[in-house]
Design a protein around this ligand. Structure first.
Ligand SMILES: Nc1ncnc2c1ncn2[C@@H]1O[C@H](COP(=O)(O)OP(=O)(O)OP(=O)(O)O)[C@@H](O)[C@H]1O
Ligand SMILES: [Mg+2]
Length: 157
């Protein structure tokens, strides 16, 4: 199933993540794709909160230097940022396979960089884009289109 909508604020993106996260059952691998500042980390903050990791949202930042952040809620959550990964081997070395378990959720920012490593993996994708703001409509700068493709049918959006 596919779903697309426009978020009008960082708060709305987090709220949507919350709604999505609350419905995850475990075993999901979600690939986040979109340019710098498109809201991947904000959406993940919401998902992590929706999974009941209530202390974690303040700690949810792009795991740019550590590559993986872990949070615990209803399920174990592994938040990977592939932006600075140097190779697909490194993606394997950080333990990707071990993170994918029936009782965990794996969230991957910049997943397009590790697309090859995800080839045989059952994941779904969330694409974020800045809405092209007309020069005379500065209020649109906070608009983001969020598109979710091939998500499991138990998730109601
Ligand atoms: N509707 C929106 N949804 C999410 N973020 C928004 C929105 N409008 C404005 N923003 C701003 O855009 C930025 C998004 O930052 P965020 O770290 O979530 O992006 P990102 O895609 O993870 O970036 P990076 O690729 O650098 O990790 C924040 O500064 C946030 O305040
Ligand atoms: Mg980020």
């Amino acid at each position: 199933m596919d779903f697309s909508f426009t978020s009008h604020s960082p708060q709305q993106t987090i709220k949507f993540g919350n709604h999505l996260g609350s419905q995850l059952k475990g075993g999901e691998i979600i690939a986040f794709v979109g340019p710098l500042g498109s809201g991947k980390t904000h959406l993940i903050k919401g998902i992590v909160e929706g999974l009941g990791a209530h202390d974690a949202p303040n700690e949810v930042t792009s795991p740019t230097f550590v590559l993986v952040n872990e949070y615990t809620g209803r399920l174990d959550i592994f938040h990977i940022d592939a932006y600075r990964l140097e190779s697909l081997d490194q993606f394997e070395q950080i333990g990707f396979d071990d993170y994918c378990r029936p009782d965990s959720v794996v969230l991957i920012e910049w997943a397009d960089k590790v697309k090859k490593a995800l080839a045989g993996v059952n994941y779904f994708k969330i694409t974020l884009t800045h809405l092209d703001a007309a020069p005379d409509s500065p209020q649109l700068v906070d608009f983001r289109t969020i598109t979710i493709t091939n998500y499991p049918d138990y998730i109601l959006l």
